[in-house]
Design a protein around this ligand. Structure first.
Ligand code: DC
Length: 261
């Protein structure tokens, strides 16, 4: 039985950092679903495919190959065999990815791919619709939020580290636009799953957020262990009904009752 942790929330709340840290802590496969939409966006740009060219998009989706792997603790993304780990974070891809992720056939294809990536594994998946659409029965659902200014500041810092030049204002605008688009899309819109634990990390350190999520995971793992123990006990105690003392007693009870009747 697989164990699924879903982390949803808007851009720049630290979902990626959390997924990476927690995947190591709990030995879970880390699946960054945003990277799959970024790969599709990059491939559309490479092939010069417009947002409304449905047939070309369908053709491209049939053959696209996206692989996520972890090398020396770092996530790597491969698009049709090429390492695009950095390319998919470029300014151009970031500006186009939200509209691309609103295209229905793209969502259907990526949903299939993401479920396949997780099949039979213990995973931590971050995205927008993991707890609502991709895995509505996920064991743990976290909705990680933070106010938009804090998120923009963090993204500027991340960009600097990656050598991407974008001003704070530009990043803030980009995030606001993406939030709106992500929340309003017809399919797979960003929203809080009914049974998700909401964490607002605006005023929290990375360690504090990690602790808060860990507490939810630990609780669920404990519950699962107890459940498995009960199921195991029930299985080991199983004996064919006719051979148990209880069955013999019950048999005579039944006879007595019939006798009275
Ligand atoms: O997490 P990110 O910033 O890399 O995501 C890129 C875009 O992909 C984002 O604008 C929303 C979209 N996305 C989505 O629609 N559903 C997901 N499960 C993950 C990302």
């Amino acid at each position: 039985m697989s164990f699924i942790v879903a982390i949803d929330g808007p851009a720049g709340t630290g979902k990626g950092t959390m997924a990476s840290r927690l995947s190591k802590k709990y030995n879970l496969v880390n699946i960054d679903t945003g990277a799959t939409y970024r790969c599709v966006t990059l491939e559309m740009m490479n092939q010069n495919i417009g947002m409304d060219e449905e047939e070309k998009i369908a053709e491209m989706l049939k053959s696209i190959q996206i692989e996520l792997s972890t090398e020396k603790g770092k996530q790597k993304v491969f698009l049709n065999g090429q390492d695009v780990t950095d390319k998919i974070r470029s300014k151009e891809v970031s500006a186009n990815v939200s509209p691309v992720s609103s295209i229905k056939q793209v969502r259907v294809a990526m949903a299939g791919l993401q479920r396949k990536m997780a099949q039979g594994k213990d995973v931590i998946m971050e995205g927008r619709d993991i707890g609502t659409v991709i895995f509505p029965n996920a064991d743990v659902k976290i909705y990680l939020n933070a106010n938009v200014e804090v998120r923009a500041k963090r993204r500027v810092k991340q960009n600097e580290e990656k050598g991407i030049e974008m001003s704070y204002e530009e990043v803030l605008e980009n995030i606001k636009k993406r939030d709106k688009n992500d929340m309003e899309k017809e399919m797979g819109a960003l929203k809080v799953a009914e049974d998700a634990v909401v964490i607002d990390g605006s005023e929290m350190t990375i360690k504090e957020v990690e602790k808060a999520i860990s507490n939810v995971i630990d609780k669920k793992l404990k519950e699962k262990k107890e459940q498995e123990k009960i199921e195991k006990e029930n299985t080991t105690e199983f004996k064919p009904i006719e051979n148990t003392e209880e069955a013999k007693t019950n048999k005579s009870d039944v006879l007595v009752i019939f006798g009275i009747l």
